[in-house]
Design a binder for this molecule. Sequence first.
Ligand code: HSE
Length: 325
Amino acid sequence: MPRHSGRSGKMSELLQEVRVFAPASVANVSCGFDVLGFALEQPGDEIVARRKDEPGLHISKITGEGGVLPTAVEKNTAGVAAQKLLEHLGSQQGIELEIHKKMPLGSGLGSSAASSVGAIVAINRLLGSPCADHDLLPFAAEGERVACGTAHLDNVAPSLFGGFVLIRSQDPPDVIELECLKPLFATVVHPDIEIKTEDTRNILRRDVALHKAVDQWGNVGGLVVGLLKGDYELIGRSLKDVIIEPIRSVLIPGFEQVKNAALNAGALGSGISGSGPSIFALSATRENGHKIAKAMQQRFDEIGLGNEAYVCKINQQGPQILEER
Ligand code: HSE
């Protein structure tokens, strides 16, 4: 949960401004549609919350997204999350938000979740931390509802809590933080196309054949046990998705080749990151993570699809307070 890396303000004086880093995340993790996710060390959004004399919440600046995101609070995911928190607190404090996007939109990296989490963590801190960090989750989930029509938690929970999480229940929220006994490195390659989560949810079938459900929940159980025991082999053989990936992968040019390239380069497993188009792979070492990234990028290059890669350890700390004054 939020750690402080910048100058620390005195809580006895009112803070005037707080800058927070909130991490990107990989949701679903192959078998765990809407129930599994983990946070990345990079990339992540930066959000600034600042006290203002004028009442109300305003978004004064958004950078890094080419001018496509709305500054109207009620249309902006971070704005909605922040507004819900302020309503819950009954706060009349005027607040201005700056949103600095440091990751592509519609990428499968939990971009909207990172902004929502950053906004509520920054505001909560600015107001003297009236909410316990874990109690902020429902407000971030409301931002997700604006972004893609459902308040699923598999991006917001890892972005807020850090680490690997299991959403045992969405409503009421029951989020279990999973500790992996061994180091895990994520490689995420983002091809230069945009996919809207809402669209990729709408193409999914509403019913699931029982034999596929059996495969899927076997793999979810296997992945959770693999993480808790630090059993790389079990993690690898559980990273399978027989329900969602076959439908969504057709939207990602070169998906099979890129996934196979990751596996051939030594990945424990690979699949669609969130609703795509990014593709993730997990590995046991940073060195292997870079090797896997190179192999995956090569496949995208071969089909002429621009791409960028991130290789990092799983982010255990969640949001970070970068500066406050
Ligand atoms: N679980 C979500 C989905 C993650 O796959 O639609 C993306 O927001």
